[in-house]
Design a protein around this ligand. Structure first.
Ligand SMILES: C[S@@+](CC[C@H](N)C(=O)[O-])C[C@H]1O[C@@H](n2cnc3c(N)ncnc32)[C@H](O)[C@@H]1O
Length: 247
């Protein structure tokens, strides 16, 4: 991903008046490869959509359309919570860096009591809202950057799919997750080993072979893991599930 899509500056949010119409006109509804029970609006290629967004807005240097893809980390995390619904069942959940909203939608389908999706790109929040409707779930959205907020564990579970691709965001995201874990939140990360994943501070809990978009990843299948914060990880999955069930 790093070679193709790099972080740009924030969107001028008001220049595409109808973001929902733009999304549905420039993407297609497709089942997510590793999570076929969820269907989302996706693009075939990133760069043409990125250029089209810039053309319509009339600005260059915008962030890539992360929201138009089901990233490897999000797919693995969504699969994991659907297959281990005890991890989120009856819990409040934050999907941090939600993009399409795939992970948050999976959490609702797995029985979460409420899901908040958080992303700094308003296109992502619109895409997540559209995708939630398609999948018959309700989610809440937060557009503010939460990463510098105090770790007061407003959520029982925090899920982070594929957010360790950029140095500064990765460091801030890790600190945010750690602060919230200290306040009692359970944290799960889906990541294929992006450049700034702090592997030494994580414990791998599951691995998946994730079908991905060749245009983004230069490969068809990406080995991807679900991780916990090492400091807060329990010894095995059953122990983790039992601890979560007790929340
Ligand atoms: C690679 S995408 C992953 C999307 C989704 N979780 C998935 O796995 O398919 C990373 C997302 O993180 C979002 N992001 C970047 N910095 C963020 C921040 N400070 N707070 C919330 N979201 C952020 C981006 O806008 C983008 O939608």
């Amino acid at each position: 991903m790093e070679a193709h899509l790099q972080v740009g500056r924030p969107l001028n949010l008001n220049t595409i008046a109808d973001k929902a119409a733009f999304i549905s006109a420039n993407t297609r509804l497709r089942p997510v490869p590793l999570v076929p029970e969820i269907t989302i609006y996706v693009a075939d290629e990133a760069v043409p959509l990125w250029h089209k967004t810039e053309e319509e807005i009339g600005e260059q240097g915008l962030p890539p359309p992360f929201w138009a893809f089901a990233w490897a980390g999000g797919q693995a995390l969504a699969r994991h919570i659907l297959d281990h619904s005890e991890l989120v069942g009856g819990k409040t959940v934050l999907d941090l860096g939600s993009g399409s909203g795939l992970v948050g939608i999976a959490a609702m389908k797995a029985g979460a009591s409420a899901v908040t999706v958080a992303d700094i790109d308003e296109f992502a929040l619109t895409a997540a809202a559209l995708n939630a409707v398609q999948n018959n779930v309700t989610i809440k959205a937060v557009a503010t950057d939460l990463l510098d907020c105090a770790g007061d564990a407003r959520w029982d579970v925090i899920l982070a799919g594929d957010i360790f691709y950029e140095r500064d965001t990765a460091a801030r995201a890790f600190d945010f997750l750690r602060r919230n874990a200290e306040h009692g939140a359970a944290v799960l990360i889906g990541d294929p080993g992006r450049s700034y994943l702090p592997r030494d501070k994580l414990r791998k809990v599951a691995s998946y072979s994730v079908p991905v978009t060749r245009d983004l990843e230069d490969m068809e299948i990406k080995q991807t893991a679900v991780w916990m914060l090492r400091e807060f990880a329990l010894d095995d999955h059953a122990e983790t599930a039992a601890a979560l069930a007790a929340l």
